[in-house]
Design a protein around this ligand. Sequence first.
Ligand SMILES: O=C(O)C(=O)C[C@]1(C(=O)O)C=C[C@@H](O)C=C1
Length: 423
Amino acid sequence: MQRTYGLQKPTGTRPLKAGRSVCNPIFLASRIAEVNTIQPSSSGRTAGMEAPTSGSRSGESSTLLSPMFGRSASSVADHRLVASLGSGAILTSSLIAKAANLSIEELSNPSYVAAKVAYQGVPGAYSEVAARKSCPDFEPLPCDQFEVAFQALSQWMSERAVLPIENSLGGSIHAVYDLLIRYRLHIIGETSLAINHCLVALPGSSKGELKRVMSHPQALAQCDAYLRRMSVVKEAVDDTAGAAQIVARQGLQGVGAICSRRAAELYGLDVLEEGIQDVKDNVTRFIVLSRDPLVTSESDTRSYKTSIVFSLQPGPGQLFKALSVFALRDIDLAKVESRPMRTNPIVQIPSQDGTTVTRQNFNYLFYVDFVGSLMEVRCQNALRHLQETAPFLRVLGSYPMDMELGSMSNDDPAMMQNMSRYN
Ligand SMILES: O=C(O)C(=O)C[C@]1(C(=O)O)C=C[C@@H](O)C=C1
């Protein structure tokens, strides 16, 4: 790994004036504590269904803005001055400011916190393009890890966060699923991007002399067959553009990076080959997060998607029964994902007569995206039906479906014009 994690000052930063964009990632990574949002209640149910309500501040109820400080999180200034990283770890404004390379004055300036969209990676990352595409009026805020982007939004350092959730070749981004349950943020949109990877290296390099290739694990997975043919050592780093930045800044001879053409141009590297992903049509879907849910209206005619997460009671046929609430109402499922319930990975199931206990070693949370809006009565009924049997159910968001595919190709004039404003 090229980066050391921990609360650290980014290198090569330039002093910021209030209201200007942050060009370096914020590094808040060290003190990340588990933030559990699933608390089993005495009845054995973990939580009720939480449908978005207009005007509710989800961040205020989360462990991040914990009642441990004994005050209601009513003002923005309060949020910024003392924020908790969960389970007792406290991050004060001076630490946040130091991590983001800002002065306290800059951090407290409303024009600085306004209109930022947090993403994971450095400029040139695909996530940055997704952030610009989905939030064109917001200024991108680079973060060095997924969780830092969640924190930036939770702690009012940004107004939106854009995170990759799945790729057509590499599959689901599990880390983002796991963070969705730990932070009480809301999905308010999605965007898809065509991903066209390039093999890049220091100017004058040739493909044959590369011994190592660095990139984000997803990008390495998407180019797996190509890299095996090259017989190089694969090295995982935090993001694709970060890989290009490392090769360029450290002048690494014999080391390639996989990233976008734009990242190669930003960091002054040669593109040795373009379109190196194993399947040409390579699409990543990103979600847009906000502290507040999207308030939908009945007059909105766009197609909507709703994302939920739930757990199941133990026993045969429970998943079948859970999913049948959608089938019964002709509701189309767009995605089903299961993840280990990290807060409760092992369950003890008593027999009916209470004389024996069976240990179930794997306990899962199910993430489902279905086509439909919370404004639709059939969707409300389906969730009410599911709630009857699911010990835990949470609505992650109900948001308009992204119908158009953005590209990162230089042939896409609209996208390139948008990007050139920021280079
Ligand atoms: O590394 C980047 O450039 C990212 O934006 C991350 C990411 C991902 O996590 O999937 C985004 C799109 C591509 O699929 C490869 C990597």
